[in-house]
Ligand binder design. Structure first.
Ligand SMILES: [Zn+2]
Length: 469
């Protein structure tokens, strides 16, 4: 059944070509519309974008019961739409955020809120993050509806507010107020460039299956201060500097989990011989310490293999001619799943080993607390076959020879909310972006025209493969 359904999805006859072309045209039009609706937190309006998508879905026959616009306030409404399936499996939830990061006209070569096609690229704020995938998901749902497709489970699409910041994260809000609307056995978030490419050539298809936990800590030293003409050995700035050097020199232990093991195992085939030998070394039980040391020299590998903490801000003193009464720094940590922010705080205290240096937790809203949360990111399960199988097949059809690589991200998406709510959550996107052309949150954000259409083909085939099992 799986093979037959995927094979059917992959076989595009003449009728399939025409349907694909129509879907591409529609996806481009939706993409243009979304880019030209400003959805920044400052002056934009997410509700306007959600309503525009709702109007298209309504016109295609989605009924009032299956289409909801709701949220914390008038500017931050989320759209939730449901395509009914046979109910053989529990629903799949597709996630996309509608909001975008601020963009100033004077920083850009084009108007960031105009959809511009030039030199083979679409330009505009949100072309990489993530209105391209919002448009593709809406176009795919419209196409499935038109085709009368009956999936083996309900397909829910939620287009949401405030992923990039702001008062009212839409996924969090929906989970707290309308959980039943988006409750699902599997979450597919499209908030990524899935196809890692170099000079337009795909290298790997990245499947985000786990995320590190973000935490900030405030290190502070206070001192009675005094006149700088009579310095003393105790000095808040020196004391803090010594603490920071200890943080710099400390390395958290090497640790792999189900997802990072899958990642290394699946990249083995395409790795250069030396790297392949080191990968075999770290996958061994017990791991080869020399291989761990060599791979740790790569920033990218080091970020995957351990919790990392780094100093990111520093301030201290109050006058050029006074001994400092206070010095403080921010240390930012990215914590492996399975460990809690409080566990890391305790470790920092041990490493610094100076009771006069306070180590406190800084929450997302900036408030400082004596203790950090005990909540641990879920140690991830291996990626399930029901997801990996259709993905392997569709990727092989569109990008022959490119491996699907389960990956743990050092950043964070809205999946932190859905996985904390107990729903297995992944990030899947057919969008290709060259390694040297990552412009999300930056200026002149763009996506290659060809890659946008390929991603549209990908998503249709993938969603059918996933829901025809
Ligand atoms: Zn995003």
């Amino acid at each position: 059944m799986v093979l037959a359904a995927v094979a059917a999805a992959l076989t595009l006859g003449a009728a399939g070509d025409a349907a694909q072309e129509a879907s591409d045209t529609l996806a481009r039009e939706i993409f243009r519309q979304l880019i030209e609706i400003n959805t920044t937190d400052s002056v934009g309006n997410v509700t306007t974008a959600a309503e525009a998508m709702a109007a298209r879905l309504r016109a295609a026959g989605f009924g009032a019961d299956d289409l909801q616009l709701l949220g914390d306030n008038e500017r931050k409404k989320n759209l939730v739409v449901r395509l009914h399936g046979s109910g053989k499996h529990r629903p799949v939830l597709l996630l996309g955020h509608l909001d975008v990061v601020e963009a100033r006209r004077e920083d850009w070569s084009t108007d960031p809120f105009q959809f511009v096609e030039k030199d083979g690229y679409f330009y505009g704020r949100g072309t990489q993050d993530m209105k391209e995938n919002d448009a593709i998901m809406v176009a795919t749902l419209l196409r499935l509806k038109r085709e009368g497709y009956r999936p083996d489970r309900d397909i829910i699409l939620a287009l949401t507010a405030d992923e990039e910041g702001g008062c009212c994260n839409g996924v969090n809000w929906l989970l707290q107020h309308q959980r039943a609307l988006i409750d699902a056995a599997l979450v597919i978030n499209a908030d990524d460039r899935g196809v890692i490419s170099e000079h337009g050539v795909a290298q790997a298809f990245r499947l985000l299956a786990s995320e590190k936990v973000y935490a900030d800590y405030q290190l502070m030293v206070t001192n009675r201060g005094g006149h700088s003409s009579e310095p003393r050995p105790d000095n808040a700035i020196y004391q803090l500097a010594q603490a920071l050097l200890k943080v710099q020199q400390y390395q958290f232990p090497f640790e792999l989990n189900n997802v990072t093991r899958q990642y290394y195992a699946r990249t083995l085939g395409s790795a250069a011989p030396e790297r392949a030998a080191d990968i075999r070394g770290i996958l061994r039980q017990p791991p080869d310490p020399e291989a761990v040391r060599r791979l740790s020299a790569s920033d990218r590998d080091n970020a995957i293999m351990r919790t990392n903490c780094v100093a990111t801000r520093l301030e201290g003193g109050h006058a050029n001619n006074a001994l400092p009464q206070r010095a403080q720094a921010n240390v930012n940590c990215r914590i492996l799943p399975g460990h809690s922010p409080e566990e890391v705080r305790q470790r920092l205290i041990e490493v610094i080993a100076d009771p006069q240096v306070s180590v406190r937790y800084v929450a997302d809203d900036g408030t400082v607390a004596e203790r950090a949360p005990d909540r641990r990111g879920f140690a991830p399960a291996p990626v399930p076959d029901e997801l990996l199988k259709p993905l392997d097949q569709v990727v092989a059809g569109l990008w022959p020879g490119v491996p699907v690589v389960p990956f743990m991200s050092a950043g964070a998406t809205d999946n932190i909310y859905t996985s904390a709510a107990g729903m297995p959550s992944f990030v899947v996107s057919g969008i290709a972006v060259d390694n040297d052309d990552v412009r999300m949150h930056g200026r002149d954000e763009r996506v290659r025209v060809r890659d946008f259409y390929t991603a549209n083909h990908f998503f249709y085939r993938f969603l059918k493969g996933l829901t025809a099992q």
